[in-house]
Design a binder for this molecule. Sequence first.
Ligand SMILES: NC(=O)c1ccc[n+]([C@@H]2O[C@H](COP(=O)([O-])OP(=O)(O)OC[C@H]3O[C@@H](n4cnc5c(N)ncnc54)[C@H](O)[C@@H]3O)[C@@H](O)[C@H]2O)c1
Length: 426
Amino acid sequence: MSRPSRIIIVGMGVRSMIYAREALEHPDLFQIVGVADVNPDRVKVARETFGIPEENCFSSVEALVAVPKFAEGVINGTMDQQHVPTSLPLLRHGYDILLEKPFAVNRQEAEQLIECEHETGRRVMVCHVLRYAPFYRRIKEIVARGEIGRVINIRMAEQVSYFHESVSYVRGKYASPEICGSGMLLSKSCHDIDIMTWLMGGNDPVSVSSIGSVFQFKPEMAPEGAGTHCLLDCPVERTCPYSAKRLYIEHPQRWTGNIWHDIGRENSTEEERVAMLSNPENPFSRCAYRCDLKIVDHQSLLVSFKDGATGTFSMNGGSTASGRHIHITGTMGEIFGIFEEERFTVYRIAPDVPGGRTAEVVDVSKAQQGNAHGGGDQAIIHDFVTLLQGGEPSPCCTALDDSMTGHRVVFLAEESRKKNGATFLI
Ligand SMILES: NC(=O)c1ccc[n+]([C@@H]2O[C@H](COP(=O)([O-])OP(=O)(O)OC[C@H]3O[C@@H](n4cnc5c(N)ncnc54)[C@H](O)[C@@H]3O)[C@@H](O)[C@H]2O)c1
């Protein structure tokens, strides 16, 4: 058996911690041997959690690449707009990278990273963790085996629950391209578009058009008489679905961990949290309808593929619950399911049976066990280690060129949306 791979964390945030924790469960496979983060508190967390020696702790990527290479790979979990600037020096220094999605925030820098990967001969694996979830993995196998014939259309939707929407996409760090570098489609739904193009398997997208806007999170949609800050001046706070007090204090189990992490107060008491939400300077204290939202809260797109097949996708923010829906129509059958229900149905044309079709339910609940990404977060780091150790990664492994297919659709969909749905050739 080969010795454990040595991995460095760049950007010790929420996502990196999910991947890195696997090292504690599987020290025989990989170890976290270094960290670089601009936030000293996050460096400290990494050092204490993984026992990293002081000399392997850095306050920047520049400082990390100033010392000789001391690991095989890097997990890059910085925010979207830092992915390319931080990955370029790492590749040039000889590191392979597991890079969070979106791997770049525009086409130009995406191409720059791909070029650098080719030049250096290093490898970047993109964290399209949903590919690893048994739900999508099994669908991919069924489609690839031709069990529903040739794919005519893939219809997908992503429902973003009102509480997740409010934490991340209205009040939080993804609410503006100025903060995170991405729009909603790129930061939230590049997974879904990746799944669509992956399932089409080499049948490349050729055109895209998209429409979307801010429908709900604007001042004219606020409840009558609403104030500017829920805990300070709002007479209708008790009845508003977006009350910061109701969502973040009274129901702390729904995404609120991200709030306290993002403002560096994970271990605060309820009393302190009420005080923080009473501070008008805190972005999470604001009325959800008065956040001057810079990204859309709903968006739809229409994609055509080389052989004439089509794909449609809608992201709807502010829904009752989170849900990733998929309906694939093929010449010989259909697949229909909702990711969160952990099962899907395969319908097959069968003229001789009552009703004219058969239905087979594929249950993946035992494999996914309610995990938010169906276990994909854990599976992907194991695949990365396989790659570092010279093994053959799984068919879910997303190389940079492969990820670019979906990213290109997203970049052009954003252009199209800004031009009221004009069709762009890919
Ligand atoms: N794959 C998925 O399903 C999934 C889910 C959620 C988020 N994400 C993506 O993961 C990424 C990280 O999200 P997060 O919530 O963990 O963010 P985070 O804010 O918790 O972590 C980012 C970390 O990077 C550090 N950092 C910032 N600039 C840096 C720099 N120049 N060099 C080194 N460190 C730097 C920050 O201090 C912070 O600790 C984002 O790109 C996000 O879009 C992916």
